[in-house]
Design a protein around this ligand. Sequence first.
Ligand SMILES: [Zn+2]
Length: 379
Amino acid sequence: MRILLLLLGCSVLARSRATSFDISYVNVPADAQVAVQAAADIWSGIVVSAVPIKVQVTWAPLFGTALGITLPNGRRDFPGAPLGQTWYAAALANSIAGNELDPGENDFDVFLDATANWYTGLDGMPGAAQYDLVTITLHEFGHGLGFVGLSKKEGTMGSLGTLQAVDFAPLVTSFPWPDLDTLPSIFDRFLDQQQDGPFALMDNPGIQLGAAMTSNQVYFNGPLAMAGNGGAAPRIFAPSAFALGSSCVHLNESTYPNSNVNELMTPYSSMGHANQWPGPICIAMLQDIGWTIAPDLGIHGTALLAAATIYPDPATDVVHLATPAPLIAPRIRVIDLGGREVVAARSGTETDVASLSAGTYILELRSEGRSVHVPFIKR
Ligand SMILES: [Zn+2]
């Protein structure tokens, strides 16, 4: 009986910590609302926020071939913002600040095409001519959570943060359109053109920035996304013909094609196909831009350990370990090449090696029950 009570206590605790979505619907049919909520429930188990995420979902005919469009609200230079002069999606800003920064406003608006042939079941089994609504909503909510940039290209000039409400007409947001003030989003700050470097260091607006946006060689250089992608920066969709709302805000279609585990945040979706999980690269990218990720899903453990580096090497007095993100309860010790412990285990990521005689040693780092061994030279 005691064990049952403890289990019950755990499950209540877990539920109270899940991120909640507060969704208002405009003209959305009842069966579609169930699918939208199912997509929100998937995200609520991935991103962690103490502040409920407010979303307005509108069912309306969309232009062109768009199945869904998301327009996020944003905040910049709020208390606790990791980077200044940078836009954060409102849901992310709220989660970082730990309180509601935009009371009375939605954090993002999602528009779903009322004319598409939707499959509203939850089992990921759309018919051959149907689009899976859970999949598409999951994608759109990903943009709302901050998988979004502020790229725009007019003629040869590219810019970050000059988008205006009129660019998305006839759609109208439920919140006042912020003056973006020619500033990048936190997502944009990780965009990197293979030869010319980071978008954020280019003249804005500028011709170089415009060329980068259509160079087909744009990567997301966040350290966690790279750690989760075998050390390589994930490739971003940046085709030679700029498409507003599609270019530079998605993973590259051909790199992550249908049925790739990371396909969800690519620009195109196929009929008869479902994918109800964002994939590890998307989750790591959200972690790079500042989201706290549920403990089992973020880049930590093995991937972080594999990315650990030592400095200085050779070392004289103290050895430090650096990882792209904080480890959980790290402990380190030093062993010699014969496996004998020469500096006892201690918590933290640095250790004193001044008393060791010169030679090669191995620093053992443990976190979350895993360990990695990194050799270094003591001078
Ligand atoms: Zn998209």
